[in-house]
Every structure is written in structure tokens, then in C-alpha cells.
Design a protein around this ligand. Sequence first.
Ligand SMILES: Nc1ncnc2c1ncn2[C@@H]1O[C@H](COP(=O)(O)OP(=O)(O)OP(=O)(O)O)[C@@H](O)[C@H]1O
Ligand SMILES: O=P(O)(O)OC[C@H]1O[C@H](OP(=O)(O)OP(=O)(O)O)[C@H](O)[C@@H]1O
Ligand SMILES: [Mg+2]
Length: 282
Amino acid sequence: MLRIAVPNKGSLSAASSQLLADAGYEARREAAELVVLDAENDIEFFFLRPRDIAVYVGSGRLDLGITGRDLLLDSNAAAEELLPLGYAHATFHYAAPEGEYPDADHLQGKRIATSFPALVRADLAGRGITPAAIVTLDGAVETAVRLGVADAVADVVETGRTLRAAGLELLGEPVLRSEAIVIVKRGSTLSAAHERLLRRVQGVLVARRYVMMDYDVPTAVLEKACEITPGYESPTISPLQREEWVAVRAMVLRADVNRTMDNLWDLGARGILVSGIQACRL
Ligand SMILES: Nc1ncnc2c1ncn2[C@@H]1O[C@H](COP(=O)(O)OP(=O)(O)OP(=O)(O)O)[C@@H](O)[C@H]1O
Ligand SMILES: O=P(O)(O)OC[C@H]1O[C@H](OP(=O)(O)OP(=O)(O)O)[C@H](O)[C@@H]1O
Ligand SMILES: [Mg+2]
């Protein structure tokens, strides 16, 4: 039986549960449920704090887990990233009072507040910076400067609203770009059961990102049409009753749908239809 760690609270929780439900797995009926047995799929889901998930997966007690890339890197657990999931996007940034320091290289000898001490320690070491202290806090890190326990912070930034409200500004480029990821114990060999779950999850991600596009096009411009819609692997071309025309079917990125339809129309394609993909295995 596969044992999977799922975030029980916070920014990763709802989207992770939705992803697993869309992939056909048993959902938890109430937030207080800590373990869900999905007997049909031979999987046990453990609902854990996102910060702890890398520890469980790294120990080998759980087979796979969903967590944030930043949380994995901060954990120092023996776990590695297997698959990015495309939600819970955030950056990890240094920030300081507006106008105080031009960039992160000016943090030498400063006190830096963060909930990600290991990640920050490793990043500062890489920059050759020795801080006066790394002040480890549980949350609401932005307030640490105003209250005088730190000179700068290193924290998760999504919209930047929290930072601005605290009178802080970003210092330079992000330390890292995070999103939800699937993790596995470092160096483990994936079983057929692992692969099946990953294929299901990937199927959901692709079905969300792509639509199916069907259209008719004169054979004379078919090659150009296929350049506009190269498909996921290759477009399907079918004959039409009408001479010198063919039907084309190809997957198209949802984000590109309208631009693609404009381009196909200008090329002479007609009868352009777009439909959602309910599920897929690719
Ligand atoms: N706006 C956000 N705030 C916090 N974390 C975010 C945000 N957007 C994405 N994330 C990601 O979510 C993960 C943090 O998970 P966590 O459960 O700690 O979220 P949280 O919303 O901060 O929860 P909590 O209610 O415990 O503060 C990190 O990987 C982080 O990059
Ligand atoms: O860039 P923003 O959109 O403002 O989001 C980022 C903020 O959200 C999170 O805080 P959270 O609400 O989780 O509170 P916490 O600091 O107590 O964890 C994170 O720690 C940042 O403070
Ligand atoms: Mg938080």
C-alpha cells in the first residue's frame, strides 16, 4: 500500500486535496480527519503539517508527499523534488525597510528574521555573508523589524501586500521561486504504484492546462496550420468529404486559445471548435 503525505492546513492544503480528488482519490470528509484510507486504490493519505512532510518522506516512512519547494529546502530532509504541481506559487525574498539597503549583499552583520532558517543560512553562506544573527520566528515575520528584533527579513512573498504594509521593500532578485511539489525520499526507486499515482496527477495537470481544438483547413495551408497547433505530440489529420480540405485535432494551451483561433482563422481555417479535456493519460 502507498502512503502519501498531504498538507492538512495553510496555503497548500485546499489545492492539494482538490488535485487528489480530481485524480480520482478518496477525499477527507472533514478537516479533523488525519488519515484517509482509499481502499479501492490501495493508498493511505496522511494529513500533516506542510513543514513536517519532508521529514516523514525523507525518513522513508511515507512514500510520497506534497509540500512547498521552499519548505523542502528548509527541511534538510533526505527528500527530493519529483514533480512541480503549478499552484501555491510564491517567491522567497529578503526585504528591509524602504531605502535602507540597496541589495541583499548589504546584509553582512545584520540580524535577519525568518521562518526558514536553514534555507537562509545556506543562501547567505553562498553569498559569503555572515549575519549578526538569524532570528527564527514562527510567522508574521514582517513585524520583526518594526519591533526591533531584526534589521531585515527573509520570507515568502505572494502579492507583496504584507511586506508593503510593514513598510518593507524587496532586496534584489528572489532567493528562490517556490510552488507546490511532489517529493520522494532521495535516491528511491519508483515502484509501479508510485508511477501510477504520478501519471494520474500529471493527467489532471495536463487536462487543466490544455484544451482540445478541432478545425477544418484547406490542404494548401495544412502545414502552416500545424505550425500554429503542433499539438502535445502531433496533431491528428482526418479526411473531409469536401475536397482539398482536412480536419485537424490538436491539444492547445488553454492560455493561448484565443490567439490561436485568430491565427487559424486568418490562415483560412473554419469550423474552429474548442472543448475541455476531462481527464487524460499522456
Ligand atoms: N501567500 C502565501 N503565504 C504563505 N505561503 C504561501 C503563500 N502562497 C504560497 N505559499 C506557499 O505555501 C507554503 C506554506 O505553507 P503553510 O501551510 O505554512 O502556509 P501558510 O498559509 O503560511 O499557513 P499558516 O496558516 O500556517 O501560516 C510554502 O511552500 C509557501 O511558498
Ligand atoms: O505577499 P503576500 O500576498 O502578502 O503573502 C505573503 C505573506 O503571507 C504569508 O503569511 P501568512 O498569512 O501565512 O501568515 P504567517 O506569517 O503568520 O504565516 C507569508 O508568510 C507572508 O507573510
Ligand atoms: Mg504562514
